[in-house]
Design a protein around this ligand. Structure first.
Ligand SMILES: NC(=O)c1ccc[n+]([C@@H]2O[C@H](COP(=O)([O-])OP(=O)(O)OC[C@H]3O[C@@H](n4cnc5c(N)ncnc54)[C@H](O)[C@@H]3O)[C@@H](O)[C@H]2O)c1
Length: 297
């Protein structure tokens, strides 16, 4: 396995491209949005500079990593030679199904087609391809170059061989892969999202304020970041979308998104990316400030 194609050059796509390229793979990075592609290359270069400064990698490896990445605007050209495609496009079922239909036409017969989806069924994605046995979930965590876990999700038809290949490949990237089956939310988000939802209910019901809830979980449970801050980082729209997948997938009231989360997303207060969520984010400032709406007094 040598040639990797990464689809989508946003938060996750640029991190996935960076990680593979740094480990010697040739990466074709493709996006429908040229600005996103340009930003991704700049972000990767900036992150590599930081790694050089911290003496994590050499200047030479930085140059080799950048040389290993080629940006593409055309899906067919980007994926024709790929041994493995990792789709990290927007978390939208229609976009992903449409992409995998095209990949099934464009890619080499034995190419493995992976999705970095946070919650959409791998079995459903596989069902639109000609070879569902070659489709798998490869769920990286953000930020990809730093986070160790890869949740490897077996669709209903995924073979042992394909699973083994992806587990071994993840180890070559210096990651720790964990194999799980394809049910709503897989493992990571099935456990994380109900916790975040419960934290939002705790705020909604007035049990405690934003800082108090996050402090309890940071100092009491040794979480590096409180659940409300984490929700802001993930994006409240993404949290809502995943909770809806859990709610619809299991048909169980315990996954119903908190009405406060629904209101915040409807109002466009989606967290870091919009500038406000439970906290407010001012460019250039690292100080954590509670959003005006949740300030006390
Ligand atoms: N952000 C996270 O913390 C995180 C963590 C794990 C997994 N994920 C998953 O990774 C995927 C990407 O998330 P993200 O946060 O990087 O999103 P993002 O919005 O930052 O980036 C998505 C990119 O996909 C591009 N895109 C959309 N349709 C496309 C198409 N048809 N062809 C090519 N490019 C296309 C967009 O232009 C955009 O640049 C999602 O499935 C998400 O659920 C996200």
């Amino acid at each position: 396995m040598k040639n990797i194609a990464v689809i989508g050059s946003g938060t996750m796509g640029n991190g996935i491209a960076h990680t593979f390229a740094q480990h010697g793979f040739k990466v074709a990075l493709v996006d429908i949005n040229q600005d996103a592609l340009n930003r991704a290359i700049q972000t990767i270069a900036g992150n590599l500079d930081r790694q050089v400064k911290k003496e994590i990698i050499s200047e030479q490896l930085k140059i080799e990593t950048l040389n290993n990445i080629i940006a593409f605007a055309d899906l067919k050209a980007a994926t024709a030679d790929a041994d493995l495609v990792i789709e990290a496009a927007t978390e939208n079922r229609e976009i992903k199904l449409n992409l995998f239909k095209q990949l099934s036409e464009f890619c080499k017969e034995n190419a493995i087609l992976a999705s970095n989806t946070s919650s959409i069924s791998i079995t459903q994605i596989a069902s639109v391809t000609k070879k569902p046995q070659n489709v798998i979930g490869m769920h990286f965590m953000n930020p990809v170059p730093i986070m160790k876990l890869v949740e490897v999700i077996r669709g209903y038809a995924t073979t042992d061989e394909v699973t083994h290949t992806i587990m071994e490949l993840s180890k070559k990237l210096n990651k720790v892969p964990v194999e799980v089956n394809d049910y709503p939310g897989f493992v990571a988000n099935r456990i994380l999202m109900p916790m975040i939802n419960e934290a939002i209910y705790t705020l909604y019901e007035g049990v405690a304020g934003v800082e108090e809830i996050d402090t309890v979980m940071k100092l009491g449970m040794a979480h590096p970041m409180g659940p409300l801050q984490l929700a802001d980082f993930i994006g409240l729209d993404v949290c809502l979308a995943i909770l809806n997948v859990l709610y619809n997938g299991f048909g169980n009231q315990k996954y119903a998104p908190c009405p406060l989360l629904v209101n915040m997303v409807t109002a466009g207060h989606t967290g870091v990316k919009s500038g406000t969520g439970f906290y407010q984010y001012n460019k250039g400032s690292k100080e954590l400030v509670v959003a005006d709406k949740y300030k006390k007094g």
